[in-house]
Write a protein that binds this ligand. Structure first.
Ligand SMILES: NC(=O)c1ccc[n+]([C@@H]2O[C@H](COP(=O)([O-])OP(=O)(O)OC[C@H]3O[C@@H](n4cnc5c(N)ncnc54)[C@H](O)[C@@H]3O)[C@@H](O)[C@H]2O)c1
Length: 331
C-alpha cells in the first residue's frame, strides 16, 4: 500500500509543472524525500512561493519561474529531465465558463507545448499529467468508469478532455509515453482556502475555524469521492513506473468511496470540535449530483492501492488548517 517502497535512481530528474500549487508542491516535497532531483516550474498565477519554502534549501531542488504557454521555456524545462509530472493548469469550472479563451490557451496550448517539448527533449521517458473527473460530464452512471463519459459541461472539462486526446496521440504517434490521471476532488494541506474559487473542504475549514456558518449549496445530499493528496502522489509515482500498456491511457484517481456534503460537514465539525449549523443556499448551476470513481483500472495497470481514507486524510488536513489558519478550536 502507498508509495513507501518506491525507489528511483538518485540521478533521475523530475520536472513538476504547477509546482507552487496545491498538488504540485506536495508532489515536489514527496519527490525530494525520495532522493531524486526536482525541477519545479510555475508561473505563480495561482501558486505561492511559500508552498515551496521547505524545498528551497535542498541541493536537489531547482525552480524555473515560467509559463507553459511559452514553448521555449518548456523546452528548457524538459532538457535533461527523465520524467514530467504535469500539474500546471487553471482550475475552477465556474471561472472557465466565464473565460473560455483563457482556458483554451493556458490548459490546452500550454499542455501541448509541454508534450512537444518532452517529445523533442530526447531525455524524457514519460509524461504523467493531471486530468480530471470533469471529463465524465453529465454521465449519471455510478461508479464512473473510464470509457463511459457523458457530454462535457464546461470549458475546463473540454481542456482536460483535449489533453487526454493529445496524451493518447503523442503515445501512439511519437512514442512519447503519456499517462493521464483523472483526479476526483483532491483535498489536503496547502489547498488554498482563500481563493474566490476555493474547493469545498478548504472553504468549510476556513469558515468553521473562524466560527462562521458555511453555505451548502442545495440540500447537501450531493456526493463526491473526496481523495486525499497522498493517494494522488502515489498514483503519480506509480504511473512513472507502470508497464507500457498503461501509456496513452487515462485513469480514475480517487479513493473509491463517496460522501455527501452533509456527511463531510458533520465529520469536519466533529474533528474541529465545533457546533455550527450550515446555511443552505440555492443549487449551483452545472454541479453534478453524485460522483464516485471505479478505480479498478488504476489498480490493475498502475498498481494503485490508495491507503488514505477520507477520515485518515481529513485528520491530517485538519491539523494543517489549524496551524495555517492560526487558530486552535476548543470544545
Ligand atoms: N485539486 C483538485 O481537486 C483537482 C481535481 C481534478 C484535477 N485537478 C488538476 O490537478 C492539477 C493541479 O491542481 P491544484 O489543485 O494543485 O491547483 P493549483 O491551482 O493549486 O495549482 C496549479 C498550479 O499551476 C500553476 N499554473 C497555472 N497555469 C500555469 C502556466 N500557464 N504556467 C505555469 N504554471 C501555471 C499555478 O500557478 C498553480 O501553482 C491541475 O491540472 C488541475 O486541473 C485538480
Amino acid at each position: 500500500m502507498g508509495y513507501d517502497t518506491i525507489r528511483f535512481h538518485e540521478k533521475m530528474t523530475f520536472l513538476v509543472t504547477g509546482a507552487a500549487g496545491f498538488i504540485g508542491s506536495n508532489l515536489t516535497e514527496a519527490l525530494l524525500r525520495l532522493g531524486v532531483r526536482v525541477r519545479a516550474m510555475d508561473n505563480f498565477a495561482a501558486g505561492k512561493r511559500d508552498n515551496l519554502a521547505a524545498c528551497a534549501d535542498s541541493p536537489r531542488f531547482e525552480l524555473i519561474e515560467g509559463d507553459i504557454c511559452d514553448g521555449e521555456v518548456c523546452r528548457k524545462a524538459c532538457e535533461g529531465a527523465d520524467y514530467v509530472l504535469h500539474q500546471a493548469a487553471l482550475g475552477s469550472v465556474p471561472r472557465s465558463v466565464k473565460f473560455p479563451l483563457i482556458y483554451e490557451k493556458n490548459n490546452i496550448q500550454g499542455t501541448l507545448n509541454l508534450f512537444e517539448a518532452a517529445r523533442c527533449s530526447g531525455s524524457v521517458r514519460r509524461v504523467v499529467y493531471a486530468s480530471s473527473s470533469s471529463v465524465y460530464g453529465d454521465a449519471a452512471q455510478l461508479p464512473k468508469i473510464e470509457g463511459e463519459e457523458g457530454r462535457l459541461l464546461s470549458p475546463y472539462a473540454v481542456t482536460k478532455c483535449v489533453n487526454e486526446l493529445y496524451g493518447q496521440l503523442y503515445t501512439q504517434l511519437y512514442h512519447l509515453d503519456c499517462i493521464g490521471l483523472r483526479y476526483f476532488n483532491v483535498f489536503g494541506p496547502r489547498q488554498d482556502p482563500h481563493s474566490q474559487y476555493a474547493a469545498v473542504i478548504p472553504i468549510f475549514a476556513r469558515q468553521l475555524l473562524a466560527g462562521e456558518a458555511p453555505t451548502i449549496f442545495g440540500d447537501g445530499e450531493t456526493s463526491r469521492d473526496f481523495t486525499y493528496i497522498e493517494n494522488v502522489i502515489e498514483a503519480n509515482l506509480k504511473a512513472c513506473l507502470a508497464p507500457a500498456e498503461a501509456c496513452g491511457e487515462a485513469f480514475n484517481i480517487a479513493y473509491g468511496q463517496r460522501f455527501t456534503l452533509n456527511e463531510v460537514y458533520r465529520k469536519m465539525c466533529e474533528t474541529f470540535g465545533v457546533r455550527i449549523d450550515p446555511v443552505y443556499g440555492p443549487e449551483r448551476e452545472g454541479d453534478i449530483r453524485h460522483s464516485l470513481a471505479d478505480i479498478s483500472k488504476a489498480r490493475r495497470l498502475l498498481g494503485y492501492d490508495p491507503s488514505w481514507s477520507f477520515d485518515r486524510g481529513f485528520e491530517a488536513a485538519a491539523a494543517w488548517y489549524r496551524k495555517y489558519l492560526g487558530q486552535e478550536c476548543e470544545l
